[in-house]
Design a protein around this ligand. Sequence first.
Ligand code: TRP
Length: 334
Amino acid sequence: MARPRVLSGIQPTADSFHLGNYLGAVRQWVTLQETHDAFYCVVDLHAITVPTEPAALRRRSRVAAAQLFAAGLDAERSTVFVQSHVREHTELAWILICLTGMGEAGRMTQFKDKSAKFGESAASVGLFTYPILQAADILLYQANAVPVGADQKQHLELTRDLGQRFNHRFGDTFTLPEPYILKEVEKITDLQDPTAKMSKSSSSPAGILDVLEQPGPLRKKIMRAVTDTGTEVLFDEENKPGISNLLRIQSALTATPIPELVARYEGQGYGTFKKDVAEAVLETFAPIRERTEKLLSDEKELDRLLAVGAERAATVARQTMAAVRDRVGFLPTL
Ligand code: TRP
């Protein structure tokens, strides 16, 4: 039996992944490559839905790819590639755009949130069609499952709807993917505002832990993380969101159940606990940072790895698109 296929994407919009990206996505992608036929893409086409400097995009695309390999994705086992290298993404997106109702696209809550920042009329049409491009990413590879955070659920529903609509109208072409919602326990919040998600776009620098950051600043941020009144290390999301977040981080990084951690730190106060959290973060990040730096120091080799991924991805994408073109009624090219 063939392994089930997964596909996921991550945007190259920052100079480093943060702890939320790592625990919420990247680390689980690494695990999934053991059991699945895994396709992971750096979604640069999605990144340009908001204004982006070319030099920054180029740098961040390489940094993102390097971090994926450094975190443990294996170029042999997984297909790691850059979205824009496979032209079929934009081609399928156009066809799906033509199958999407204005009202249907207008209901996407992430567009509403993201466009609120510039005002809806200043947002690009690309940002509006973002979820349709995402649907193309997924359907192109006939993915069975899509490992994403809970915030992507609506986009996956749209993907299924569009796939189903195409199949219904033009004949069975696409596999309808199941969401594979990544574990909620690993929801990581802002160190300075522990009720808000750790996020590149909304967290302050002090609230975010970057994978590529140096040990000194990382340690400092954890020691200065907002904690709650009281002195006991207890898991209580409501009254102790700061400590609960640190417990979740420590638990995820050291594979220790939270109750065991709570027992371990009984009577020890926040200081000792935070020091240990910092050590766990450094132990995880330091080797990834070192491997990322090494990969980035040889751009040619990194670009070669990405070319291999792109070729593997394109083999699948071309096959899907040949069927799509024919079913839609486009003339063959001779
Ligand atoms: N929208 C996703 C996010 O912000 C990124 C993404 C783009 C993606 N294309 C995808 C995720 C395809 C899964 C599958 O996290």
